[in-house]
Design a protein around this ligand. Structure first.
Ligand code: ADP
Ligand code: MG
Length: 241
């Protein structure tokens, strides 16, 4: 199993010493290669679930396992991107994508080759020498996905990656991300408050209650032709962009 939550509860203590339960007794697992969404109202603990998967927070109770191993801290098995992913403004797109590879000590030529391949994969060919401010919001999110995929994580975590985008760009990116990720076959956990987005993109949806978030429903998405690239399947009128 790629990801397992076993009866996970997470409490935070604020400055005044008051304890708040963000996530309550959450158990689920995600299979290798599966695309699962977590939906729920604002403040119900979705990002907390992502942070525990990424090793940024430890559960107060219960266990989080990635590939059967407890998550003990931030690690290279898990790649994540956020609503407004910070590309480094002083680096061009290709060197932004290379950033994590540099940190892992990959040589210059290999790093460039990997970054360029990921750039093409995320439909950013020709933009390698542009700087983040020269790209649209949607393209910046694609660059952030390319950077996440470049490190070849076992699990991809996406936290509301489209919520800062306009409706049209959002729809385009929901489709292109689903297609790009399906091609990698990587296990993915998408956090969103948008049930429509979850239905469009995932194999399975976990629905959380209001805070403290606990799983109140599980929806298996069984769209026809799930293995077809979403772009062609759902919105043929959009075409390439
Ligand atoms: P969501 O992503 O579903 O909107 P979050 O997981 O961000 O919700 O937050 C769930 C609850 O936990 C909220 O009430 C939030 O204020 C609280 N919370 C999240 N992170 C922290 C933190 N580091 N310290 C204290 N409280 C936090
Ligand atoms: Mg959140």
């Amino acid at each position: 199993m790629a990801l397992e939550f076993h009866s996970v509860t997470k409490r935070f203590t604020d400055n005044s010493g008051t304890s708040l339960t963000a996530v309550q007794d959450v158990s689920f697992d995600v299979q290798e290669g599966e695309f699962v969404s977590v939906v729920g109202p604002s403040g119900c603990g979705k990002s907390t679930i992502l942070s525990m998967t990424a090793g940024l927070y430890q559960p107060s109770e219960g266990k989080v396992l990635v590939s059967g191993e407890p998550v003990e801290g931030p690690n290279s098995h898990v790649g994540f991107m956020l609503q407004k992913d910070l590309l480094l403004p002083w680096r061009n797109i290709v060197t932004n994508i290379e950033f994590g590879l540099e940190a892992r000590g990959m040589g210059r030529a290999d790093r460039r080759e990997r970054a360029m391949a990921e750039l093409r994969h995320c439909q950013l060919d020709g933009f390698e020498n542009h700087y983040p401010h020269q790209l649209s919001g949607g393209m910046r999110q694609r660059a952030a996905l390319a950077r996440t995929l470049a490190i070849d994580p076992e699990i991809i975590l996406l936290d509301e990656p489209f919520s800062a985008l306009d409706a049209q760009t959002k729809l385009l990116l929901q489709n292109s991300f689903a297609g790009t990720i399906a091609e990698t076959g990587k296990t993915t956990l998408l956090i969103t408050h948008d049930l429509g987005e979850a239905v469009l993109m995932s194999d399975r949806i976990l629905v959380l209650s209001e805070r403290p978030g606990s799983i109140v429903a599980e929806i298996k998405v069984d769209l026809p032709h799930r293995d077809q690239p979403l772009k062609r399947r759902v919105m043929p009128e959009v075409g390439e962009y």
